[in-house]
Design a protein around this ligand. Structure first.
Ligand SMILES: NC(=O)C1=CN([C@@H]2O[C@H](COP(=O)(O)OP(=O)(O)OC[C@H]3O[C@@H](n4cnc5c(N)ncnc54)[C@H](OP(=O)(O)O)[C@@H]3O)[C@@H](O)[C@H]2O)C=CC1
Ligand SMILES: N[C@@H](CC=O)C(=O)O
Length: 800
C-alpha cells in the first residue's frame, strides 16, 4: 500500500486537479492507495483572513460569500460545512475574539472540504472513493494550533478504522487536523498535512509515502534563485532531516520522524510532472553526503557588546533567558574568546521585541556602561551549506570574497557538517549562486561585460558565442555576455546576449554611463564579473577603477590603461590588490602571442632581462615586409593592412611609432621599470602636415604618404629592406630603462629581413641566456588572433 499526499498547490486549479485525478487513477491500478490532502489552494489563508475580519468587526461576509462561490464548491453539497463556518464567524464577530480552539475548528473545514471535493470528483471519474475525516483516528492533546499527537492511541484507532473500510475504495483523508479525546478539533501546526501522511504511512505500514508537490524534488538550492540548481536523486533520512532543519520548505523534521520506525521511504514528486522520479528519501546510504544550500532571509542580527563582560559568569544565560521569556528563538550564535561581544540572529519580525527585552534585562549594565551597546542589523540572510565542513570551505569562502561579498559572520556546527554564513539580504542571491557554482562542480557562471564591438570586440563576441557550449561541457564554465557597449550605447541582458547581437544592438541598446552597467550587474545579482575593454579609448580607461571597486576583474586589448602615467599604473594595481581582482592584457604586446606571460614569469623567477628588441608592430611588419620588395605605392599597402584589421582604429597610431612605443613601455613596466611614455625615443613616420588632421581626412589622403616612403626605399643600400623596430634596454638595478623605436634598414637575409606577413618578432635577452636570446615570433596583429588572445585571458580568469 502507498500513501499519496497532495498539497494545496496541487489542488489549486482545474488543470492541477485533473493531474491529481490522473495520478490517483494510475497509482490505484498499481497498488492499494490512501490519499491525504491539504486544503485547496489558499483556503487556509482565506479562512484565517475571514476570521480576522470577523474578529475586528470588519465586513467578513463578502469575503466569505466569495469563498463559498468558488468554482470547485459548486457541484457538491457543502451546506453543513458552510453553515458551521457561518456560525463560527458570527460568533467570532460577536465576541470579537478568535480563540485557538475556534480557529482550529474554522481551519479544519478547509481540509474537510478538500477531501470531499476530491472524493466527489474521483467518483464522477468512476474511481470509487470516500472522504475520510482524520479526526476519527488522529488523537491529540489540546494544544490548539499545534497539537501533539498521541501516537500509540492514534495508531490503534487508525488501524481499526482502516480495517473496517471496504476494499477497493480509495480513502481521501483530511491532513492537518485531529481531535482531542473529548472530540474537540485540533490542528497539527506547520506542515501538518505532511505529518498526517507520515503518521498514516507508519501506522498502516505503507511501502512508500509519495508527497506530490509543485516541484520536481529537492534541489541543491532553490531553482528560482539558482538557475543551474540540480535535483538531488536520493537522500538518507538523516540528510533529509538535516535539510529540514535548515529550512528546506518541503521538508519538516516532524514529518520524517514517523517514517523512521518502519524505514518507510518518502518520495517527493511533482503533480505537474508526475513522470519525473523526484527525490527519494530512505534508509539507504548515499555516496557523497548531501550538499545543498538553504537560505533563510528576513533575519536580523543582534550585536550585544560590553567591555565589562569579560570573565563575568552568566551574561549569556541572561541574554538567552530574557529572549526565551519572550518566546523568541535564536538562530546562529557567535561569541569571540574575548567574551566582549555576542552576536546572534533572530527572526526580523521579532527583532524589536528582542531588543526591548535585552534593554530591560540589562538596564543597569547599560547605565554603568558594562554593556556598551545592543544594536540591530536588519535585512540579513543566513545561507547554510549543508554537508560542508571547514576542510574544504576555503573555496566557497574565497569565491565570496572575490565577488566582493564579505560574510558578516560564519559559523560551523561541531557535529554534522554545516556551515552557515550571514550576508546582507541584497547580496544573498549572488552569494547563493557563487557558492553553488563553487561546490557543485556544475557550470560556474562567468558574467562578461564587453566594451568595444568593432573589429576585435566583434570577433571576440562571435568566438565566445560559437564555443560557449563546448567550453561549458569541457570546463564547466558558462560564459554569459550580459553587456555589450560602445562609446554611446549598451545592450543589456542578464540571461546572456545571443547570436543576433548585432541586430539586437540596433533595436534595443540604450545610452549609458558605466554606473548603469554596474547597477545592472548588482540588481541582477550577477557573479564572477569581468569587464573587457576592446576599445582604443583613453576615456574608457577612466572607468577601470570604479569597475574594479565594483567587483569586476579586468581584461583589455586596449593598451592605453597600461601606458598613461606611472601613477595611474600603480593606483590601478593597488586597487586591484585591495579588491582581490585581476587585470589581464596578454594581447597588449604581440596580439595573441604568449609574450607578456613569458616576460612576467622570467622576471618573477629573478631572471635579469637586459634587452628586448625586434619588430613589435604587426601592421608595420606587414607594411614594410611588402612595401620593401614590391613595386607598389605605400598607400596601397597601408590600405591593405587597414583592411586586414592589422592597424589601430587610427593607423597613425602605428605610423607615428606610438603603438610600438606603448608596447615597449608595457614590457618595461612588467620589468618594474618606471618609465613614462614621454621618455620613449620614438621615430614618427608621419609627415607633419598629416599629423594634426582628423582621422577621416587622413584616411582619405593616404597617397600623400607615398613620396616620403618611396624616397626611403630609393635610399636603401641594395640587399637591404626596411623594418620598423623597437628596443628596450634595462637592468634589474635600474629605476628606468632606455626605450627606442625607429625605422631601419636590415639585410634581406637576416632574421628581421626574412619576416613575412604580419609577423612580429621579439628577441628577449637575459643574463642566463646570454647572447642567445629567447625568440618569440608569429602573427603580431589581426582581429582573429587578438580576439583569441583576449578569450585566453577570459578562460584564465574563469579558471581561478
Ligand atoms: N587589431 C589588432 O591586431 C590588435 C588590436 N588591439 C587593440 O584592440 C583594440 C580594439 O581595436 P579594434 O577592434 O581594431 O578597434 P575598432 O575601432 O574596430 O573598435 C573599437 C570599438 O570601441 C568602441 N569604443 C570607442 N570608444 C569607446 C568608449 N569610450 N567606450 C566604449 N566603447 C568605445 C567603438 O565604438 P564606437 O563605434 O562607438 O566608437 C568600437 O566599437 C584597440 O585598443 C587595439 O589597440 C590589440 C592587439 C592587436
Ligand atoms: N596595430 C597593432 C595591433 C596590435 O597591437 C599592430 O600593428 O601591432
Amino acid at each position: 500500500m502507498k500513501v499519496l499526499k497532495f498539497g494545496g498547490k496541487s489542488l489549486a486549479s482545474e488543470h492541477t486537479f485533473k493531474n491529481v485525478i490522473q495520478i490517483i487513477e494510475n497509482k490505484s491500478k498499481e497498488s492499494e492507495i490512501v490519499v491525504v490532502v491539504s486544503a485547496i489552494g489558499d483556503t487556509t489563508d482565506i479562512l484565517e483572513n475571514i476570521a480576522e475580519l470577523a474578529k475586528n468587526n470588519q465586513d467578513y461576509q463578502s469575503t466569505f460569500n466569495e469563498f463559498k462561490e468558488r468554482v470547485y464548491h459548486k457541484d457538491i453539497n457543502l451546506e453543513a460545512e458552510f453553515q458551521l463556518l457561518s456560525k463560527l464567524f458570527e460568533g467570532v464577530s460577536l465576541i470579537e475574539d478568535c480563540t485557538p480552539k475556534i480557529k482550529d475548528l474554522i481551519l479544519s473545514q478547509g481540509e474537510i472540504i478538500s477531501s470531499r471535493v476530491l472524493a466527489k470528483q474521483l467518483n464522477a471519474a468512476q474511481l470509487r472513493s470516500v472522504s475520510i475525516d482524520s479526526r476519527d483516528f488522529i488523537i491529540t492533546d489540546d494544544s490548539f494550533g499545534n497539537a501533539i499527537v498521541d501516537e500509540s492511541l492514534s495508531k490503534s484507532k487508525t488501524q481499526n478504522y482502516f480495517n473496517e473500510l471496504p476494499l477497493k475504495i480509495i480513502p481521501i483523508v483530511t491532513g492537518f487536523i485531529g481531535a482531542t479525546q473529548k472530540g474537540e478539533t485540533t490542528t497539527l501546526g506547520r506542515n501538518g498535512s505532511n505529518y498526517t501522511a507520515a503518521l498514516l504511512s507508519n501506522f498502516l505500514k505503507a511501502e512508500e509515502l509519495q508527497n506530490y508537490t509543485h516541484v520536481d524534488g529537492i534541489f541543491t538550492a532553490n531553482p528560482d534563485w539558482v538557475k543551474n540548481a540540480q535535483k538531488i536523486e536520493e537522500l538518507h533520512f538523516e540528510e533529509a532531516n538535516e535539510l529540514a532543519n535548515f529550512g528546506a520548505s518541503i521538508l519538516h523534521a516532524k514529518t520524517i520522524i514517523p517514517l523512521l520506525e518502519n524505514s518507510t521511504p518518502l518520495r517527493i514528486l511533482n503533480t505537474l510532472n508526475p513522470k519525473n522520479a523526484g527525490t527519494l528519501i530512505s534508509a539507504k546510504a548515499t555516496d557523497n553526503g548531501i550538499k545543498s544550500l538553504s537560505l533563510q532571509s528576513d533575519v536580523s542580527l543582534i550585536q550585544f557588546e560590553g567591555r565589562g563582560l569579560l570573565g563575568i559568569v552568566g551574561v549569556d544565560a541572561r541574554v538567552f533567558t530574557s529572549l526565551a521569556n519572550e518566546g523568541i528563538s535564536i538562530g546562529v550564535i557567535s561569541q569571540g574568546s574575548s567574551e566582549r561581544g555576542l552576536g546572534f540572529t533572530v527572526k526580523q519580525s521579532e527583532a524589536d521585541k528582542a531588543i526591548k527585552a535585552l534593554q530591560k534585562e540589562f538596564e543597569k549594565d547599560l547605565y554603568t556602561k558594562d554593556v556598551s551597546g545592543i544594536s540591530l542589523i536588519d535585512d540579513i540572510a543566513v545561507l547554510s551549506i549543508i554537508g560542508q565542513d571547514l576542510s574544504t570551505f576555503d573555496k566557497p569562502y574565497a569565491a565570496l570574497v572575490k565577488n566582493k561579498i564579505i560574510p558578516i559572520l560564519f559559523n560551523n556546527t561541531v557535529t554534522g557538517k554545516n556551515v552557515s554564513i550571514l550576508v546582507r539580504k541584497h547580496e544573498a542571491k549572488k552569494a547563493l549562486n557563487v557558492i553553488h557554482g563553487q561546490i557543485f562542480g556544475v557550470a560556474k557562471n562567468i558574467n562578461l561585460a564587453l566594451f568595444g564591438h568593432g573589429l576585435v570586440g566583434g570577433t571576440l563576441i562571435d568566438q565566445i558565442l560559437a564555443t560557449a557550449s563546448s567550453i561549458e561541457k569541457k570546463k564547466n564554465i558558462r560564459l554569459n555576455i550580459f553587456a555589450i557597449g560602445n562609446s554611446k550605447k549598451v545592450l543589456l541582458n542578464e540571461n546572456g546576449i545571443g547570436k543576433n547581437w548585432r541586430e539586437d544592438i540596433k533595436a534595443n541598446s540604450e545610452n549609458y554611463q558605466i554606473q548603469d552597467v554596474i547597477r545592472f550587474a548588482n540588481e541582477n545579482h550577477l557573479e564572477n564579473l569581468i569587464a573587457i575593454d576592446n576599445t582604443a579609448s583613453s576615456s574608457f580607461v577612466d572607468n577601470y577603477i570604479s569597475l574594479v571597486q565594483s567587483g569586476f576583474d579586468l581584461i583589455s586589448s586596449n593598451k592605453i590603461g597600461n601606458t598613461i602615467s606611472y601613477s595611474f599604473y600603480k593606483e590601478l594595481r593597488e586597487t586591484l590588490k585591495r579588491n582581490h581582482k585581476e587585470y589581464l592584457y596578454e594581447t597588449n604586446v604581440g596580439a595573441g602571442l604568449p609574450l607578456i606571460d613569458t616576460i612576467k614569469l622570467l622576471h618573477l623567477s629573478g631572471e635579469n632581462i637586459t634587452k628586448i628588441k625586434g619588430v613589435f608592430s604587426g601592421s608595420l611588419s606587414y607594411i614594410f615586409n611588402n612595401f620593401s620588395i614590391q613595386d607598389r605605392p605605400f598607400s596601397t599597402v597601408l590600405q591593405e593592412a587597414i583592411e586586414k584589421g592589422y592597424t589601430e582604429p587610427d593607423p597613425r597610431e602605428d605610423l607615428s611609432g606610438n603603438d610600438v612605443g606603448r608596447k615597449l613601455l608595457i614590457l618595461a613596466r612588467e620589468l618594474d621599470l618606471k618609465n613614462e611614455f614621454q621618455e620613449i625615443k620614438i621615430q614618427n613616420l608621419i609627415p607633419e602636415e598629416l599629423q594634426a588632421i582628423d582621422t577621416p581626412a587622413f584616411l582619405k589622403g593616404l597617397d600623400k604618404l607615398d613620396s616620403y616612403f618611396e624616397k626611403q626605399k630609393q635610399d636603401l643600400v641594395p640587399g637591404t629592406v626596411l623594418r620598423y623596430v623597437g628596443e628596450l634596454n634595462g637592468d634589474l638595478q635600474e629605476e628606468k630603462g632606455f626605450l627606442e623605436t625607429k625605422l631601419i634598414a636590415v639585410p634581406i637575409n637576416s632574421a628581421l629581413g626574412q619576416l613575412k606577413g604580419s609577423d612580429s618578432l621579439f628577441e628577449i635577452y637575459t643574463e642566463s641566456y646570454g647572447d642567445n636570446p629567447i625568440i618569440i615570433q608569429g602573427a603580431g596583429a589581426g582581429a582573429a588572433v587578438t580576439a583569441r588572445g583576449v578569450f585566453g585571458d577570459i578562460l584564465r580568469l574563469a579558471d581561478k
